[in-house]
Design a protein around this ligand. Structure first.
Ligand code: AMP
Length: 254
């Protein structure tokens, strides 16, 4: 049975209780609108741990664009039925007030990797991500926490956070889950029209091609994308683009 907990005081009491005694704990942080990629992370956690905790919290401090925050899809009823089907132990669905008793006066700031790629175009985004992840790790105290490679820069920053602050949690990552056409699953895809969904496939396809970054940019622009960046670091190509007002990020190993 999936236990739904909204109040952090209640959660803290349960976390201290015998329910967790000698049990391994897996944490899967999400912003909800759950799709198959979230479910893959959750299934991995269920496989590897005695207790799995999923969090759904649309974290306002990681949105640099208020409109994007307001438009972020919320499908909590459907999410809960997916979690129940998998028999997830706990869904933690806290309020802003509970997560930010300090009203975000304290934050985690990384000064290197968080300033490039998405960090350059979304000032403050990774401060919000790292701060909320630190809070969730402290609240749940998991043995393992699960993140997707779709958000590769985020994954690397979280690995760095855990190392920098001596957090006793193993970060487990899973490869990007895609539609059969190649589009990375994302909650924001819910906001695409059918026509946009078909066009969107050009983005991962071009990232994986042998074209240069500049060629990819001009190709995508010609097809109606607004391009934020296409960049290669080591053997991985990263990109962020818009179709209409929907932003996509992706990365592929090349
Ligand atoms: P979100 O709800 O978008 O914050 O994502 C929650 C977790 O799911 C993060 O660790 C994401 O990296 C991961 N995730 C989202 N979409 C995908 C995907 N298509 N493939 C793999 N992981 C994903």
């Amino acid at each position: 049975m999936t236990k739904v907990i909204k109040e952090l005081n209640k959660w803290k009491a349960i976390r201290k209780s015998d329910v967790f005694l000698n049990k391994t704990v897996g944490l899967v942080p999400t912003m909800g609108a759950l799709h198959d990629a979230h479910l893959a992370l959750i299934k991995k956690s269920i496989q590897q741990n005695d207790i799995t905790v999923v969090t759904i919290f649309v974290n306002p401090t990681q949105f640099n664009n208020q409109k994007d925050f307001k438009n972020y899809p919320i499908t909590i009823k459907e999410d809960l039925s997916k979690l129940k089907k998998l028999n997830v132990d706990f869904l933690l669905n806290p309020s802003y007030e509970d997560i930010y008793p300090d009203n975000y006066e304290y934050k985690v700031v990384e000064s290197n990797l968080s300033k490039i790629l998405c960090g350059k175009f979304r000032p403050g985004h990774f401060d919000g991500v790292l701060t909320v992840v630190l809070k969730l790790l402290n609240l749940v105290k998991p043995d393992r926490a699960y993140f997707g490679e779709k958000d590769y820069q985020q994954l690397k920053l979280i690995e760095g956070l855990v190392k920098a602050f001596f957090i006793d949690t193993k970060i487990v990552s899973l490869p990007t889950v895609r539609t059969k056409e190649g589009l990375a699953l994302s909650s924001r895809n819910l906001r695409l029209s059918e026509e946009q969904k078909i066009k969107a496939v050009e983005f991962p396809k071009s990232l994986a091609s042998s074209l240069s970054n500049d060629k990819i940019k001009s190709l995508l622009r010609k097809k109606g994308f607004k391009v934020e960046y296409i960049e290669q670091i080591d053997n991985r190509r990263f990109g962020a683009v818009y179709l209409g007002n929907v932003r996509f990020i992706d990365n592929v190993k090349i």
